[in-house]
Design a protein around this ligand. Sequence first.
Ligand code: HEC
Length: 115
Amino acid sequence: MNRILFITLCSLFLASSCTKEKTPFAQAPTCNGTVSFANDVLPLIQQQCTSCHDAGNASGGYNLSDHATISAHANAVLGSMRNSGYQLMPQGGPALPDSTIQLIECWIYQGKLDN
Ligand code: HEC
């Protein structure tokens, strides 16, 4: 394969797939300050998710009980709340309000802080 064709194909590949896969955001979410894991994210997950997703009952293999496990599954958590690439969660719906989903978006966007 000649070099220019190779470089062109690589750029197309990077532009089309890799960049999309690295971040779940088409554009930066609108965030109202820095999201707190302890005050915002964890209580939300505990209220909506851990009845079915903790260490003792990891439905679908997802334990969402603490910062380490929630961060490790952050894209799946967001994807399931958006019903995008994953089944809609909380299971059976209804979907959480946009403002709640946005909180998770901002937490991920801001680097999944343990704050
Ligand atoms: C009433 C129980 C229940 C609640 C509440 C619930 N889940 Fe689930 N969740 C399940 C079950 C059961 C599965 C496995 C479904 C399957 O494998 O078919 C699952 C699967 C998942 C998956 C994998 C889905 C996929 O398509 O692979 C994710 C991610 C997930 N849940 C995240 C969450 C999040 C985030 C919340 C809170 C917003 C939540 N769940 C709330 C029961 C629940």
